[in-house]
Design a protein. Structure first.
Length: 526
C-alpha cells in the first residue's frame, strides 16, 4: 500500500505504479550480518556504506533497536586498527565503504564486481573485496549512534563483545572509546580545532562528507571550495559535539577513566564554542555550510545558503545555552530554511533557489535537489527544538513524495518554479517531454535512509530529549505557516492519481549534464 499514516481502503487497481513499501525496501537492504546496505538501486546494491547505514539506523533507533545494534556491530568489526594510506585506515576510524565478492554465498553482479576491482585496486583491496575509510563523518555518526543507543536503551549493551576483522575480541565500550578518541585526536591536530577532511592522495575521494559531489561546496561568487586544502563541514561538527557530549554523560557510569572522560568533556565545550564562533554569519543567513582555506591558507566561510544548517537542530548544541542565544541561533535556522528559498512540496532544497545560478546544471546537491534524508533530518530537528507544527507540515511533504512517486527515491529534482519530477528517467533521443533537466545523475530507488525516514514518520517517532515550544517559537511558527501555506496530505487513491495527472513530464539529460559539469569543473573530472 502507499506510505500513509493509516491504511488505505481503495483497491490496488487504482494505482498504476509500484506501491512504495518502506518495510519491504528495508528488508531488502539487510546485510548477512544484519546491518544495512545503502540502496536497492542498480548502482549500489550489495555495498555497505558506513554513513548511510548509521543515519538509517539512527532514524529507527527507538522502533528497531536490533537494527541499530547490528549496524553498530557490523562497523565495529571493520573499525580501523592501524594507519594505512591506501585505504585511509586509522586507529578507531569507522569505514566509509565495504564490498565483498560474495554475499550470502552468491557472487555479486558482473558490473558490481568490475566496480569492486577498480576501487579495490586504488584502495588496497584484494581478490575478495575491500574496506575503505575515506570519510570524515562516519566515525562521529558511529559514536553518536552508540551514545544515543545507550541513553535510550541503557548502557548494559556496552559489555557485549564483537570479533574484529583481525580476530581480536573487544567489547562495544572499547570500540566506542576508540571512535571518540579518534574525534579528539583530529580536533587536536586541526589548526582550527575542527573536524576537517583533505584527501591523502589523488587516489582518494575528494569530498569526504555526505555532499560528495564536485559542485556541492561552492562560494557565493561561483568559485568552488579549495579542494586542495582542508574543509570543515558544518554538520560534522554537530555530530562530533553529540558524540562527545553524550558520550561523557554515560561513560563515567561505564568505568571509563576520568582523565579520558574529561578530555571528551573539554572537547565538547570547545566544539560548541567553535561552531558558534567560526560558522555564524548573522541572523539573516544563519550558519555557513563549511570552512575552507583561501589561496593564502587563511580560513574562510562558505556563505552560500544551504540546508546543511538544518542538521544542527537535531543535535544538543542548543541545549543548555541561554534562551536568548537559542532563540537567535535556532530562530535564524528555521526562518532561513522554512522559506520560499528552500521549501518545496516534497521537502527542502539542498541549496537555496537564490543560489541556483552558481552552478550551470541541476547538480544533485544543489538548488534542484530535494533529498528526503535532508528533509527528515530537518524534521527531527524541528521536533527537538519544539516546532511541532512545522514538523507536522514537513512530515506531510515527505509522505507525499513517496506516495506520488511510488518509490523511496534518494532524492528528486524540483525545478525553480517548484514543479517536481516524480518519475525520473533518462532522456533518450526523440523522447517527448515537457522539460529537460540538465543533470549528471538519475535518482536511485530503494534508498535506505529514505525508507528509514518514511518508516519513522509513519510510526510517529519523536526524539525523547526535546524542548517544549515557547512563546517565541510559537510566534515564529504562526508567522511561517502564514507565509507558506501548510501542505495537504494526499491520502486517497483519487488524491494521488489526480496529482499524478497534473504533474509535468520531465526527462534527465545525462549527456548534457556531464558536458556542463566537465566545462564548469574540469579539475574534478581530471
Amino acid at each position: 500500500m502507499p506510505d500513509m499514516p493509516y491504511p488505505a481502503t481503495d483497491s490496488l487497481e487504482v494505482f498504476p505504479r509500484q506501491h512504495p513499501s518502506s518495510i519491504r525496501d528495508i528488508e531488502g537492504l539487510i546485510t548477512p550480518e544484519g546491518s544495512l546496505y545503502a540502496s536497492n538501486g542498480e548502482n549500489y546494491r550489495g555495498m555497505l556504506f558506513g554513513r548511510d547505514a548509521l543515519e538509517a539506523a539512527d532514524d529507527l533507533l527507538e522502533a528497531e533497536p536490533e537494527v541499530a545494534l547490528n549496524v553498530i556491530d557490523s562497523l565495529t568489526r571493520l573499525q580501523g586498527i592501524k594507519y594505512d594510506e591506501a585505504s585511509a585506515e586509522e586507529f578507531g576510524k569507522i569505514p566509509h565503504q565495504h564490498m565483498r565478492l560474495y554475499v550470502n554465498g552468491s557472487r555479486i553482479a558482473p558490473h558490481a564486481e568490475a566496480q569492486m576491482r577498480k576501487l579495490g585496486e586504488k584502495w588496497g583491496g584484494d581478490e575478495e573485496g575491500f574496506t575503505y575509510y575515506g570519510s570524515l563523518d562516519a566515525t562521529p555518526l558511529y559514536a553518536r549512534l552508540v551514545a544515543r543507543y545507550g541513553l535510550i536503551h541503557g548502557t548494559e549493551f556496552l559489555k557485549g563483545e564483537v570479533e574484529t576483522k583481525t580476530g581480536e575480541t573487544i567489547n562495544r565500550l572499547e570500540a566506542f572509546r576508540r571512535s571518540v578518541n579518534w574525534i579528539c585526536d583530529h580536533l587536536e591536530s586541526s589548526e582550527l580545532s575542527l573536524l576537517e577532511f583533505k584527501r591523502l592522495s589523488n587516489q582518494h575521494i575528494v569530498v569526504q562528507s555526505w555532499r560528495d559531489s564536485g559542485s556541492s561546496y561552492v562560494h557565493e561568487d561561483g568559485s568552488q571550495v579549495n579542494l586542495n586544502g582542508f574543509i570543515a563541514p558544518l554538520e560534522v561538527q554537530g555530530y562530533a559535539f553529540d558524540a562527545l557530549f553524550l558520550g561523557q554523560n554515560f561513560a563515567r557510569l561505564s568505568g571509563v577513566n576520568e582523565d579520558e572522560v574529561s578530555r571528551w568533556e573539554g572537547h565538547a565545550t570547545a566544539t560548541r564554542e567553535r561552531v558558534f564562533d567560526a560558522f555564524w554569519l548573522g541572523e539573516d543567513k544563519g550558519f555557513a555550510m563549511a570552512i575552507d582555506r583561501d589561496e593564502n591558507w587563511q580560513p574562510r566561510q562558505l556563505k552560500t545558503p544551504s540546508s546543511t544548517q538544518g542538521n544542527l537542530l537535531d543535535t544538543r548544541l542548543f541545549l543548555g545555552i541561554e534562551e536568548s542565544e537559542r532563540q537567535k541561533y535556532v530562530g535564524s535556522i528555521v526562518r532561513n530554511i522554512h522559506s520560499q528559498d528552500f521549501m518545496t512540496e516534497i521537502g527542502i532544497r539542498c541549496r537555496a533557489i537564490s543560489a541556483a545560478h552558481l552552478v550551470p546544471f541541476a547538480d544533485y546537491h544543489g538548488s534542484w535537489a530535494v533529498w528526503t534524508k535532508e528533509s527528515y533530518d530537518y524534521l527531527k530537528g524541528l521536533r527537538r527544538q519544539g516546532f511541532n507544527k512545522l514538523a507536522d507540515d514537513m512530515q506531510i511533504r515527505i509522505l507525499n513524495m513517496v506516495n506520488v512517486s511510488g518509490h523511496n527515491y534518494e532524492f528528486l529534482y524540483v525545478n525553480l518554479d517548484g514543479e517536481v519530477d516524480y518519475t525520473p528517467k533518462k532522456y533518450e533521443k526523440g523522447m517527448t517531454t515537457d522539460e529537460l533537466i540538465i543533470a549528471t545523475n538519475i535518482p536511485e530507488e530503494g534508498q535506505a535512509w529514505t525508507a528509514s525516514a518514511i518508516l519513522a514518520v509513519k510510526r510517529g517517532l519523536r526524539p525523547k530529549n526535546h524542548l517544549p515550544s515557547s512563546m517565541w517559537s510559537r510566534a515564529l511558527e504562526h508567522k511561517l505557516l502564514a507565509s507558506i501555506p501548510p501542505a495537504e496530505l494526499l491520502q486517497t487513491a483519487d488524491d494521488i492519481n489526480n496529482k499524478r495527472k497534473t504533474t509535468k513530464s520531465f526527462a534527465i539529460d545525462i549527456d548534457a549534464g556531464i558536458a556542463e559539469d566537465r566545462k564548469w569543473n574540469p579539475d574534478w573530472w581530471r
